[in-house]
Design a protein around this ligand. Structure first.
Ligand SMILES: CC(C)(COP(=O)(O)OP(=O)(O)OC[C@H]1O[C@@H](n2cnc3c(N)ncnc32)[C@H](O)[C@@H]1OP(=O)(O)O)[C@@H](O)C(=O)NCCC(=O)NCCS
Length: 134
């Protein structure tokens, strides 16, 4: 497995395909060209991705991470999160999980904190996550 950072616009088609396969039925994110993305390859095959985007208040939103079913169980979510956390080490990072213990446990392992935003935007079972710069 090999993971590399990619330009959102240049790898748009691959990111869209990975999103469709790992979030079946979910809307695509807006794929902000100023966002950051990584793709993990098994040989030539893309098997996982992470995408994060800047928000208006200078924080960054960790928007999506997806691992193809056949590649799951190898801690790829955490590997991708660590690359993002290194790249955005001086930024406040926020994210959400929804009825997803496997993903939420990876946030816990990466030492994110839960919080309640002043204006929560998700459904009632949404968990809000935050990672502040060291
Ligand atoms: C959530 C997701 C990214 C985690 O992928 P991952 O990094 O491969 O997962 P992990 O290696 O952390 O394994 C997750 C759990 O599944 C278990 N697992 C082991 N083999 C597995 C397999 N073949 N398939 C699925 N899960 C497996 C792991 O043991 C682990 O359990 P634990 O947390 O109790 O230790 C992945 O399941 C996914 O893409 N889901 C769909 C999209 C999604 O929900 N994204 C996150 C939105 S917040």
């Amino acid at each position: 497995m090999r993971t590399r950072r990619v330009e959102v616009l240049r790898e748009h088609a691959t990111l869209v395909a990975l999103h469709t396969l790992t979030f079946p039925g979910d809307e695509q994110p807006e794929w902000n060209p100023d966002g950051v993305a990584w793709i993990t390859y098994d040989g030539a095959d893309p098997v996982a991705f992470l995408y994060a985007e800047p928000m208006l208040d200078e924080s960054w939103y960790f928007s999506r991470v997806g691992v193809m079913p056949a590649a799951r169980g190898q801690r790829l979510q955490r590997k991708l999160m660590r690359l993002m956390q290194l790249r955005l080490a001086d930024k406040v990072l926020v994210s959400t999980t929804y009825r997803n213990p496997a993903s939420a446990n990876n946030f816990v392992r990466e030492q994110w904190m839960t919080y309640l935003p002043a204006a929560p935007w998700g459904s009632p079972d949404t968990i809000y996550w935050r990672l502040d710069p060291c």
